[in-house]
Design a protein around this ligand. Structure first.
Ligand SMILES: Nc1ncnc2c1ncn2[C@@H]1O[C@H](COP(=O)(O)OP(=O)(O)OP(=O)(O)O)[C@@H](O)[C@H]1O
Length: 656
């Protein structure tokens, strides 16, 4: 247990001198600073309360947790206080920065195994402590593992943590959809039975892969796709061929964490006893191995920002060329989860054909499809066997789908629930974005910026949308998509709020856009001032369907009307759609599809049983029914395959 410092940190801004910016997340920026009376370097996380989408509860939780925890591997807050509408959280300065930043600067392919073992052991100790105290972290990832110059490791960021012993509202928070998609456990996405500390074990496994490869699995895909892939694909893992440089015990450790059934995952305490952590070294080793030769954190951070801004400029040029090609995907995205057009454009540029997805990140995923929903704790032998066969094993649909029971058990994992869960995350509500809206260009930053003595960060903070660089505003906005961050159910606290087009971007949280596609989901409701109200007007075309405004009337699902459309033409009015208006229709399609699927399955079962009975008798085997039965068996497989693919495509079409 760490000795709690008796030092009293001042709770007044004048006692601190802000230096350069050393990090930024979804909701905050972090500066190195000097605590003048104590003559001590600290880090100060500055959150603009007005831009936190009313997530005051989350902030309160973070501050509370950060000041109560007492463990050497957890980042504890020295103190916190408000200045105007900014909240300052004063904490120890971790001069090495986050593992994510270190990888981005110097280890893009990931760390070596001994480093990973050491980093993960320290992180796991933090989780053991948190779990023993009934706390779920919910955002374990390399970006939240911080290292000090002496190599000590601390897990940070309690913005979305939850207490397992909570009751009432906070208990309900464990049924909410928080975390960062790539690191998020399937049960958190599924929203079926809530979740517990085992969700952290899943994220821990994903973090292990992130540290091994330099990025999390599926990190190049948009959040909604990550959700689908996490739910549908076999769990990601270390590949026996591709990851030859890693030991069997590392692969095994990752595999034990990444089991879809949370009950089959080990507790943090049990995991800490795993053979893999016996390799872990000292903090000094860590400092020598990964921090030696790195520039100071502030400089690294500045270089990274510049690099990302450059990349964005290149990407922009790239997807301008691809404008035509990506148009289809781009249009698709509009009625899905994301209403930021720039976001959609960049997503479209990245989206590949969904059918090709399983192999893109993890070449053995398609092979592992058979293991979908596997509840068996994987052994190295099993994985080894799978991987040994991986080059020759194509997904065998016939085998996969020849058993109705297999099929039925796989269907519930289709992500209907996440869609429902996401529904609450859209901004819906009044038009009031005026008086209460912060003035993004001025006041919000001013109290804070006044304290920044470093010219560089001062320049960056004068305009929150342009603070990253001198790039044009639109470029900066895109640039900011490249860091990851937690999924903020940002509108859960303001479900009635409507954001007009013109204000939507302004209402993005101050530091929100810094993310890549593995980053947070920030759902925005776009209310269309020009929305055609005439019944029957086509307001949306989605692949094979068109949705008319009549569909969007509040008559309930039975009034949904979808009719086939030809070709891939897209309606310009698509961009005027609102999330709230489309969701009931989406829901309806899914419901209808589920019902149809169930009906067909019932029919198949019925026919099968009746044929089965007849076929049991010796006479029947020789009668005319035999060819019919063979034909039926053949079509059954085809039909099931068709059903599954169709259902999948339907969801993908709407959510991609
Ligand atoms: N005490 C610290 N010392 C040094 N760097 C820090 C410290 N705290 C945070 N950082 C850096 O700032 C970044 C953002 O901080 P933090 O994660 O707390 O913000 P956030 O808005 O909660 O981010 P996210 O929600 O994306 O995880 C971190 O990833 C890390 O690189």
């Amino acid at each position: 247990m760490e000795h709690i410092s008796e030092k009293r940190y001042p709770v007044s801004a004048k006692d601190y001198k802000l230096y350069e910016e050393v990090g930024e997340g979804v909701s905050a920026i972090v500066n190195r600073a000097l605590c003048i009376p104590l003559n001590e370097i600290v880090a100060i996380k500055v959150l603009d309360l007005e831009r936190c989408n009313n997530d005051l509860d989350g902030i309160r939780r973070e501050v509370q947790t950060m000041s109560l925890i007492n463990h050497p591997n957890l980042l504890r807050a020295h103190c916190s206080f408000t200045i105007g509408h900014n909240l300052w959280i004063v904490m120890p300065y971790m001069a090495g920065g986050s593992c994510l930043h270190i990888m981005e600067s110097a280890y893009p392919e990931g760390f070596e195994e001994l480093v990973i073992a050491t980093l993960l052991r320290e992180t796991l100790k933090a989780l053991v402590y948190l779990h023993a105290h009934g706390q779920i972290h919910r955002d374990v990832k390399a970006g939240n593992i911080l290292i000090n110059s002496d190599g000590s490791v601390k897990l940070a960021d309690f913005g979305v943590s939850a207490c397992m012993f909570d009751t009432g509202d906070r208990q309900r928070s464990r049924n909410t959809f928080v975390g960062t998609p790539c690191w998020m456990a399937p049960e958190v996405m599924q929203q079926l039975h809530g979740y517990d500390f085992k969700a952290d074990i899943w994220s821990f496994g994903i973090t292990a892969l992130e540290l091994a490869h330099g990025h999390a699995p599926f990190s190049k895909y948009p959040p909604m796709k990550v959700l689908l892939m996490t739910l549908q694909n076999a769990p990601p893992g270390l590949d026996y061929e591709r990851d030859k440089r890693f030991s069997k015990s590392f692969k095994e450790m990752v595999a034990t964490c990444l089991v879809k059934d949370p009950k089959k995952r080990p507790t943090s305490e049990k995991l800490l006893k795993h053979q893999f952590f016996k390799h872990a070294r000292s903090n000094e080793y860590l400092a020598r191995a990964i921090l030696d030769g790195l520039p100071p954190l502030g400089e690294r951070f500045r270089l990274l920002k510049a690099k990302k801004a450059d990349l964005l400029l290149q990407n922009k040029a790239l997807y301008e060329d691809k404008e035509q090609l990506s148009q289809q995907e781009y249009i698709r995205g509009i009625s899905a989860w994301n209403f930021n057009l720039e976001d959609l454009k960049s997503q479209a540029a990245l989206i590949q054909d969904f059918d090709g997805i399983p192999n893109a990140e993890d070449p053995d995923v398609s092979m592992k499809q058979k293991d979908r929903n596997n509840n068996v704790e994987p052994t190295a032998e099993r994985l080894s066997h799978e991987r040994a066969n991986h080059s020759t094993t194509a997904p065998c649909h016939q085998d996969d789908f020849s058993d109705l029971h297999d099929l039925e058990s796989s269907l519930p994992s289709f992500p209907i629930k996440p869609l429902q869960a996401l529904k609450g995350c859209f901004d819906v509500g009044d038009d009031d974005v005026d008086g209460t809206s912060p003035d993004w260009k001025g006041t919000a930053q001013s109290d804070y910026a006044a304290n920044v003595v470093n010219q560089e960060s001062e320049a960056n903070n004068t305009d929150n949308l342009g603070r990253s660089s001198s790039l044009p505003r639109n470029v900066v906005a895109e640039h900011k998509k490249f860091l990851s961050g937690p999924l903020m159910p940002d509108n859960a606290f303001s479900p009635k709020k409507i954001v007009g087009d013109e204000n939507r971007d302004f209402l993005q949280p101050k530091y929100q856009p810094d993310r890549n596609y593995s980053g947070p989901l920030l759902y925005r409701q776009k209310r269309d001032a020009n929305n055609p109200s005439s019944e029957g007007a086509v307001v949306q075309r989605k692949g094979r369907f068109k949705v008319t405004s009549a569909d969007l009337s509040p008559k309930g699902p039975t009034n949904c009307y979808f009719s086939p459309v030809c070709g891939g033409s897209t309606s310009p009015s698509t961009s005027n759609l609102t999330a709230a208006s489309v969701l009931p229709s989406l829901h309806c399609i899914l419901q209808q599809n589920t019902m149809q699927r169930e009906e067909i399955l019932k029919l198949i079962k019925y026919v099968e049983q009746n044929f089965g009975k007849q076929m049991e008798s010796a006479e029947a085997a020789t009668n005319d029914l035999l060819p019919v039965y063979v034909l039926f068996s053949f079509f059954k497989k085809k039909l099931i395959l068709f059903l599954v693919q169709n259902f999948l495509m339907l969801i993908v079409e709407f959510l991609a």
